[in-house]
Design a protein around this ligand. Structure first.
Ligand code: PLP
Length: 405
């Protein structure tokens, strides 16, 4: 059974640090990392945590301490990773539509770089030629992922160099003697079907023959974890077997054994995160009972952004009779977290916990409506540590340049 934080632990942390609050469980992250290592133990696999999911520096330090590497989606994430103590060789920068200056900076910092456009690849060639190994992010034209907003590898997606432009990639490689070490794809997030990853491998394997210095196939992230109770995630053990099979076959055909890299975000931190809020107002309207909480889409945007499901429980009255509620926020737009959701009877001041809040929860939060962002707590060795204090009005004003009245 996976490790979980109990209602009592969550309530005590909410009492101590206030709500709304994000709570993360270090040992649960470790557990997920160990599961991946075990699933892929028969292949030369490495994992780069997609830090965009949750960048608190304490989380990055924990990820480093358990031996996992880190993947970054902006130069600031690269800087944060280095601040968290990762050696450059353990940092990967997978960019999308960025200024070349960021790629040049990443090179000067000594981290791995995946490039996702022909124009940046050309600039890279002009500046670095063969002197620095490079990865190329390709768009494999595969439809995958939980919904269109998190589907990134299809044939209308902005991500990666379209695979049909491979001739131009090869021209650039020849012109600038590029040292192409990695081919990369990331087809989307919440991919349950192992066959989708196999399809990606197939697309890349077709191309291997063109890249004599290739060492790494990077399959990106996207492993699904269960969000709805009873739902199943990606069978990473089965995928581990499949990847071994495919890579062994490829080694036979091409006479070289490639490494496989993954960039899991949700898989590592989603289930380790809990978001605890307090019910401020109960309001009845006809058949509907609204439970209005001390949070909103400014703190957890996933339900309103792409219809994500987060399981919700009343941790103050878990034995109460289940009733349907619309759980809604305090923001001046419609911000609905759940409709007609069966939850144990809710009273004002009860704590509601949202599960699977570790990935893209705090990280996508904002100060909309001039509300403070939630605080963050890390539970490690059974102790709760505050790892981000709640904002203050001074914090929010810190970057304002106040003109004279
Ligand atoms: N790698 C890349 C390039 C991504 O864009 C993303 C997510 O957007 C990830 C990895 C992580 O995806 P997930 O959190 O679904 O594992």
């Amino acid at each position: 059974m996976p490790q979980v934080l109990s209602h009592q632990q969550l309530s005590e942390i909410a009492d101590e640090f206030g709500t709304p609050i994000y709570i993360y469980h270090a040992e649960r992250i470790t557990e997920q990392y160990n599961r991946l290592k075990s699933a892929f133990r028969k292949t030369d696999a490495s994992f780069f945590y997609a830090s965009k999911a949750l960048t608190n520096i304490n989380i990055l330090q924990h990820i480093r301490s358990i031996g996992c590497n880190v993947d970054c989606s902006s130069i600031n994430e690269v800087r944060l990773a280095l601040m968290a103590g990762f050696e450059p060789a353990r940092v990967l920068y997978t960019s999308n539509n960025i200024a070349f200056s960021e790629i040049a900076e990443a090179v000067s910092l000594g981290v791995h770089v995946n490039i996702d456009s022909l124009s940046n690849l050309q600039k890279f060639g002009e500046r670095f030629g063969h002197s620095y190994p490079v990865g190329i992010r390709l768009r494999p034209n595969i439809m995958a992922g939980g919904n269109l907003k998190i589907s990134t590898g299809h044939n209308k997606s902005k991500f990666g160099v379209p695979v049909e432009d491979i001739a131009q990639v090869l021209d650039l490689m020849k012109t600038y003697k590029l040292h192409v070490r990695t081919l990369h794809i990331h087809t989307g997030s919440e991919i349950k079907d192992v066959a989708v990853f196999a399809k990606g491998i197939e697309v890349l394997f077709e191309l291997i023959k063109h890249f004599s210095e290739l060492e790494i196939i990077d399959l990106g992230g996207g492993f699904k974890v269960p969000y709805v109770p009873g739902e199943e995630g990606t069978n990473v053990e089965l995928l581990g077997e499949k990847v071994k099979e495919e890579f062994d076959m490829m080694a036979k055909i091409y006479g070289r054994q490639l490494k496989v890299w993954f960039e899991p975000g949700k898989f590592l931190v989603s289930e380790a995160g809990y978001f605890v809020t307090k019910v401020q107002v109960l309001k009845r309207s006809g058949d509907i009972c609204f439970a209005g909480i001390d949070s909103g889409l400014n703190h957890l945007i996933r339900p309103m952004f792409y219809g994500s499901y987060h399981h919700i429980e009343n941790i103050s009255n878990a034995e109460g009779l289940s009733q349907p509620y619309h759980v809604v926020g305090n923001i001046c737009e419609t911000d609905t977290f759940a409709e007609d959701r069966l939850i144990a009877e809710i009273r004002e001041d009860d704590y509601l916990v949202f599960y699977n809040a570790g990935a893209y929860g705090f990280e996508m939060s904002s100060n909309y409506n001039a509300r403070f962002k939630p605080a963050e707590v890390l539970v490690k060795d059974n102790k709760a540590h505050l790892i981000r204090r709640r904002d203050t009005l001074e914090d929010m004003l810190a970057t304002h340049v106040i003109l004279k009245d």
